[in-house]
Design a protein around this ligand. Structure first.
Ligand code: SF4
Length: 507
């Protein structure tokens, strides 16, 4: 895997002297009470601000605060005018814009395309507090309000719409969200690494238009920079019209795998489709253009397959897709966080509850997760219907057992209404904790779309021992009566460990 700095190793910004805010400010009055004359970063979000690590604005806000920046939150602004977007004044560095934890169209409409009568991320569950396509609308209002400030869009809505994509709501292929939002940068996937790097560069005076090499970012450009080799996507995978339903995981010529019989031994994998003597770090793959994928389903499917083949941070290349006279340029995906980075991120000083401005209003999404703990990120299932790989990648990032136990104790001690029940120890999949490839070198070179389909890969370590040990230790925490598992269990993996299944059904 590529070597990158620890996200907590950067030199702190001078504003660290203001200390840690009890809760990130949502008004000028709160800024004044903290002694701030301005914010360095303002996060605009479509969700109510809940200071909890399951909410994106809190996770990113607290992380940037830990870097020394003063971070303000504008939650669920009225998008019909610029007034709410100016309420904290202009930020010194940038506006970060997100629709919230869900795509705004999924949040606003049912799968029958009917408008929903409620919104779990709003106080009182009230509907109608965010616009359709919130990232685009918020970015336009911010541009009107503070035209010269850099705009960085992120979160699930931007991440999954970073190239031309099928939009169920309009039943059309839409172009990338970048030109519509007119953002300076888009951060995709888990964006901690990218945002920390970008914030420090902006703080050092680098113009946002010169930040072009950060992994996990995308931007619009009119030209291919010197020194880059452009490869057509058809040289990576051949687009063909298929009349019968084929196995989308088939990767002949890319990963020629020989299954080892010996347990514990790494399996040899030959990547015959990977070209040698080509500098992958200076290679960019040209996807079919927006116009081509909008007109032709085969090219759409081809672009989508290349997009998925280039998700392993160990070997993914940059991608470009033409939109009119310009290109969307996608840098390779971010390097996953280490266990110690993930631990520190989850143990920042969250209050673990909604901002006091909401009074006692119910926020259903917070009520659902307030007694649960996120233990992993990523999923190597690669299911074709799911967007996790496109967003979080397929390398599992796991927290340490000690950190998870400390979070359970924090819930017990800080969260109102705790009665001894932990409602989930989970993540995208309940039972991928600490599961990974036998060898980092093989994992870095791997081009498979799934570690478990059509068969569980011979290189995958499926030991459920650490997860069983975590469950047992969690149940022994003082004040905990029961630990539930609400995340989805992957049965094909679970049956490899009868002890794990017994543990689940017994407790
Ligand atoms: S375990 Fe997963 S990453 Fe490792 S070789 Fe198999 S498919 Fe590739």
């Amino acid at each position: 895997m590529k070597t990158v700095p620890d996200i907590f190793s950067y030199r702190k910004y001078w504003a660290r002297r203001f200390g840690t805010a009890p809760v990130l400010p949502m008004s000028r009055e709160e800024m004044g009470a903290l002694g701030w004359d301005s914010c360095d970063v303002i996060i605009v979000t479509g969700d109510a601000y809940v200071d909890h690590p399951s909410f994106g604005m809190a996770l990113i806000g607290r992380l940037l605060e830990a870097q020394g920046f003063r971070v303000g939150i504008i939650a669920q602004p009225d998008w019909r005018s610029t007034e709410d977007f100016l309420k904290l004044g202009p930020p010194n560095l940038f506006f970060g814009i997100t629709a919230g934890n869900m795509d705004s169209m999924v949040n606003r409409y049912t799968s029958d395309r009917r408008i929903r009568s409620d919104d779990a991320y709003t106080p009182g569950g009230e509907a109608g507090r965010r616009p359709d396509r919130a990232v685009i609308v918020y970015a336009q209002r911010v541009r009107e309000a503070c035209g010269d400030k850099p705009i960085i869009i992120g979160g699930i809505e931007s991440s999954l719409r970073r190239i031309a994509h099928y939009d169920y709501w309009s039943d059309k292929v839409r172009r990338s969200i970048l030109p519509d939002a007119k953002a300076d940068l888009l951060v995709y996937g888990n964006a901690e690494r990218a945002l920390v790097e970008i914030a420090h560069r902006l703080a050092r005076g680098t113009p946002v238009g010169e930040i072009r090499d950060v992994r996990g970012t995308a931007y619009m450009t009119s030209c291919i920079p010197d020194g880059w080799m452009v490869m057509d996507a058809s040289t990576v995978d051949r687009p063909v019209r298929v009349e019968t339903c084929t196995n989308p995981y088939h990767a002949a010529g890319v990963c020629d795998k020989t299954v080892s019989e010996k347990e514990g031994e790494a399996v040899a994998i030959h990547f015959s489709g990977l070209k040698k003597h080509v500098n992958r770090d200076r290679t960019v793959i040209r996807l079919p253009s927006y116009n081509q994928v909008a007109r032709d389903k085969v090219r759409y499917a081809h672009a989508s397959r290349i997009f998925h083949l280039e998700t392993n941070p160990g070997n993914a290349r940059a991608l470009i897709q033409q939109h009119g006279r310009r290109f969307v340029w996608l840098n390779p995906p971010p390097v996953p966080l280490t266990t110690s980075e993930l631990d520190r991120l989850h143990e920042l000083p969250y209050t673990r509850r909604p901002h006091p401005a909401y009074g006692g209003a119910r926020i259903p999404a917070w009520e659902m997760i307030r007694f649960s703990v996120n233990i992993t990120r990523g999923c190597f299932g690669g299911c074709t219907f799911c967007s996790i790989t496109e967003h979080e990648g397929r390398i599992i990032q796991s927290r340490s057992e000690d950190s998870i136990i400390r979070e359970i104790e924090a819930i017990r001690d800080q969260v109102p209404g705790f009665t001894g029940h932990i409602s989930d120890l989970g993540g995208p999949t309940a039972n991928m904790y600490r599961l990974k490839c036998r060898s980092e070198a093989i994992e870095s070179a791997c081009r498979r779309l799934s570690c478990v389909f059509p068969d569980i890969c011979g290189n995958l370590k499926t030991d459920h021992g650490p997860l069983i040990s975590l469950y047992r230790r969690a149940r022994r925490v003082r004040g905990v009566k029961k630990v539930l598992i609400a995340s989805g269990v992957r049965y094909d993996l679970a049956i490899r460990s009868p002890e794990y299944v017994r543990e689940l059904v017994t407790h």
